[in-house]
Write a new protein. Structure first.
Lengths: 268, 268, 268, 268
C-alpha cells in the first residue's frame, strides 16, 4: 500500500557492494575500523562529518554522564524482562530503552529545543536573560513544563552539570548554549516560583549543541548511553539474578482497592 | 508474588546519594566524566575494571565495524516504525534492536561460545586444529549451525575481518581466539562441505575475548553498535522520510495466495 | 530512588492468594473462565463492569475491523524481526505493536478526543454541526491535523465505516458520537478545503464511546486487535518465511545519495 | 541485500483493493464485522478456517484464564515504562509483552511441544502413561526442564486448570491432549522426584491442541491475552500512577555490593 508521496528509498549514510562498505564517503574497513573511536563514528554516522577532538570529547562526556544511575525504573524493567525471557537479551534491552520517554530521559531533547528557541531570539538581537525569560514564560503559558531543571535526588546543582561544563570549556567548543542554560537557570524562580537547579538533562544539550550535535538527534544520546548501562546490568543479571526479587519487593506493600468475591481466600 | 528464592536486590554497578553517583568504585562526576571515553566507560560498567589502551582500541574497533551496514532489515523495521510513530524515537530504536536475534546479529555471541569451547580443549592440551574440528563436528551432530562464517554479500573473507585482526595485533591484546577462529575457518570445508570464510560476526568474538570481554556479554556489542547506527538512520528519517516508501516497495511484487471473496474488486 | 509523591502501589484490577485469583470482584476460575468471552473480559478488566450484550457486540466489531490489513508497515517490521530473531516471537510482536503510533493507528484515540471535545460543546447547548466546525477549526488553528478522515487506499467512505455504524445501530448502544463523527465529516470540506471521508480510525471511537469505552483507553483497541493479526502473520512466517524477501524488495530501487570512497567497488 | 533464497513476498492472509479488504476468502466489511467475534476472527486469521462453537469457547476460555494475574513482573515493567514515557502507550505494551519469555509465559508453547511429542508416540501405538514417562525422561536427560507443572503461588492444582478442562468437556472438543497432560502430571514424581501439579501453562495447550489450535502458534495465546491485561493496567496507570512507586519499593532494601569512592556521601 502506498502511504505518502515518496516511493523510492534514499539514504546518504551507507551503501555497499561485495568488496566495500562505504559509510559517509569512507571505506569502513580501510578508513574507519581502528582509525576512529566508536563515538567519533557515531558522530560521523549522524552528521556526515568527523568531529573535532573537542567535539568528540564533549560527546564522550555526555554519554559517560548519562549511561548509568543504578536501579532506575528502566533498568528494573529490563532486568525483570530478562529474568522472564533470558534467551532474548535484545528484548530486555528494548524494554529498558522504551523507558527513555518524555518524562524521564527525553527531557534532554526538550531542553535542547527550548535552548534553541532562546538562541533564535538572541541571534535576533535579544539579551540572553530577557530571551530566556520570554521563552520560558511562553512555554508555561502554553501549559508545557520546563525541562532540564530539578532532580528528585540532587537538590543542589547536580555535580554532573559542572563536570560537563568543565569538559566543554576545556574542549574549546562553543559555549553559547551553556550561557543560555545558565540564564534559564537564573530565571527559574521568576518562572516557576521555586529555585530549581540545572540537572544533567539540561546540561547535555547545553554542551552538545555547541559541539555541532543536531537538536533533533538529542534524544539519541540518552538512548545510546543507557543501552551501555543496560547491557552491563543484564550481564550482571546473568550472574546474579534479581529481576524477580525486584518485582517481589515492589509489591510487598501493594494495596488492593478493588472488590473481592465472596469467600475469597478460603480453601475451596 | 515471589518467584524464585532471591528476595533482596543486589548490585555492584552503581549506587548514589544526594551528592555522589558511585560507579564501580569511582565518583562519576570527578573520576569519569571528561576523564574516560564512552567505550572505556562501557567496559568499566560491564567488567568492573578500566580497560587497557589496547583493550579499549579493540572494543572501539568492533563497535565501529558492526554499527552500520545500510538499509538492513532491522534498519527498515526501525524506519517504518518511526514513520508510523514519530513521537517516540525510543520505540523505533527498540524495534530495530529487536532484530538483533539469533539469525542476524546474535551469531557474534554464539561464535564466541564456540571459540570458548575450543579454547577449553586447547587449555586441556589439545592441538588447536583438532580441537576446532572436534567442537564443530559435535555442534553439527547436535543439529546446530556453525556461527561466524559466510555472508550473503561478501563471498571472500569480509574486509572487516582483516581490519579487526590488524587492530588486535597492533593493540597487543591476546590473539589466542584469533588463532582459534582461523583454525575453525580452515576446518569449515571438512565440517560443512563448502568453503565459507570468516565473517564479521566471527571476527568480533575472536578479538574481543582476547581483550578481556566476557563471552556472556558479547551480544551487547552488536546491540550497542547498532543502536548508534539506528539513531543516525532515524535522524535521517526526520529530514528525509523513507519508512513508508520502503514498505511500499517491499510489497510491489507481493503475491496473494489465499482465496478471494465473490466479486472481489468490483465497485459495490 | 523516589520519583514523584506516591510510594505505595495501589490497584483495583486483580489480587490473588493461594486459592483464588480475584479479578474486578469476580473469582477468575469460578465466575469468568468459560462464563465470559475474551472481549467481555477485556471490557471488564478495563472498566470494572461487565458490558451489556450490545456493548460487547460493538467492541467485538471494532476489534475485527482493525485487526488485519495485509502486509502493512507494522506487519513488515514484525516479520523482518521474526526472520532475524525466530526464537523470540514476543520480540517480533513488540516490534509490530511499536508501529501503532500517532500517524498510523493512533488516530483512533485522537479522533476520540476530538469527538469528546465536540460532545462537551453539544452538552453545553451547541448544535452538533456548529460544535464540530468550531472544534475542528480550533484544532487546525493550533496546527493539529484532523484525525479520522481520509485513507491512502479507500477514497470513498471506507466500507468498514458503514459496517461498524450498522453494528452500533443493531446493538442499541448510544449513537451520539456517530452523529458527531458524521457532522465532522460534513464539515471537512470547509475545514480542510477537500472532501475526505470517514475512515475506520474515525468510526472506531464513534461507536466505542457510545458503548461506554473510555476515551483514554482507545489506543488499546488497535493495539489489541493488531496483536491478533501480528500473531497470525508470525505463524505464517514460520511456515513460509518472507521477512528477508520483504527487505530485499524494499531496497531494490534504493538510491544512495552520499559520497563514495575512491575506488569503491573495485576488487581490492 | 539478499538474505536467503526467497525474494517474492507471499501471503495467504489478506489482500485488498480500493473497495474490498479480503481476509481468508471473506469480505471483511460484509462477512466479518458484526458477524463474528474477535476471538473467532483471531482463529480465522491464524488457521484460515472459522472455528466451531466449541473451538471458539475453548480459545475464549484460555484467553480469559491467562489475561491477568495482578502486578506481575511484565505488568510492573509496562507501568514503569508508561510512567516514564506516557505519550507512547504502544511502547509500554511492548515492554510488557517482551516479558512473555521462556521462563514465565512461554511455557504454554513448550508444554504444547512436549504433549505433541507424547501424542506422536501414542499415535504410534504406545500407551499414554508409558509415552509420557518416556518423553519426559528424555527431556530431562537432555537437560530441559519440564514445562506446565508447578506454580510459585498455587501449590495444589491451580483452579484455572479444572475450569479449563471443564470448558473443554462441555465444548465437545478433542480431549486427547487433556489425557496426555494428566498422564504427564501423574508421571511427574517419577521424573522430578517431587509432586508438582498441572499449572495454567500446561492446561492451555492441553485444551487448545484439541481445539485445532496449531502448536507453533501457542505462544500467541499468552501474548494476546496479556495484551488485554496490560491495556487495562495502563489505563489504570493514567488515573492512578504507580509506576514510580513500584520502582521505589523495589529498591528500598537494595544492597550495593560494589566499592565506594573515597569520601562517598560527604558534602563536597
Amino acid at each position: 500500500m502506498k502511504i505518502g508521496k515518496a516511493t523510492v528509498p534514499r539514504t546518504a549514510i551507507c551503501t555497499s557492494n561485495e568488496h566495500t562498505i562505504a559509510i559517509r564517503g569512507r571505506d569502513l574497513s580501510k578508513d574507519l575500523i581502528g582509525k576512529v573511536s566508536f563515538v567519533e563514528h557515531f558522530y560521523l554516522l549522524l552528521t556526515g562529518r568527523m568531529p573535532s577532538a573537542g567535539e568528540a570529547a564533549v560527546l564522550n562526556a555526555t554519554l559517560v554522564a548519562i549511561a548509568e544511575h543504578g536501579l532506575v525504573p528502566s533498568v528494573q524493567a529490563a532486568r525483570m524482562t530478562f529474568a522472564a525471557a533470558p534467551d532474548a537479551m535484545q528484548g530486555a534491552v528494548a524494554a529498558g530503552i522504551l523507558g527513555c520517554g518524555s518524562v524521564v530521559l527525553g527531557s534532554s531533547e526538550t531542553a535542547g529545543r527550548m535552548y534553541s528557541e532562546i538562541d533564535a531570539k538572541v541571534r535576533d538581537g535579544a539579551a540572553v536573560d530577557a530571551a530566556a525569560l520570554e521563552v520560558m514564560q511562553s512555554w508555561r503559558a502554553a501549559g508545557r513544563s520546563i525541562p532540564g531543571y530539578g532532580h528528585p535526588q540532587h537538590k543542589e546543582r547536580d555535580a554532573r552539570v559542572s563536570a560537563l561544563f568543565g569538559v566543554a570549556r576545556d574542549a574549546g567548543t562553543d559555549l553559547r548554549f551553556v550561557a543560555i542554560a545558565e540564564a534559564a537557570e537564573a530565571a527559574i524562580p521568576r518562572v516557576l516560583g521555586k529555585d530549581l537547579k540545572l540537572n544533567v538533562s539540561g546540561a547535555i544539550p547545553a554542551v552538545l549543541l555547541g559541539a555541532g550535535f543536531p537538536v533533533q538527534a538529542l534524544k539519541g544520546v540518552p538512548i545510546l548511553a543507557r543501552t551501555a548501562g543496560l547491557i552491563a546490568h543484564l550481564f550482571e543479571e546473568i550472574g546474579q539474578p534479581i529481576g524477580f526479587a525486584l518485582s517481589y519487593q515492589a509489591t510487598r506493600e501493594m494495596v488492593y482497592e478493588g472488590e473481592l468475591p465472596p469467600g475469597f481466600g478460603a480453601h475451596p
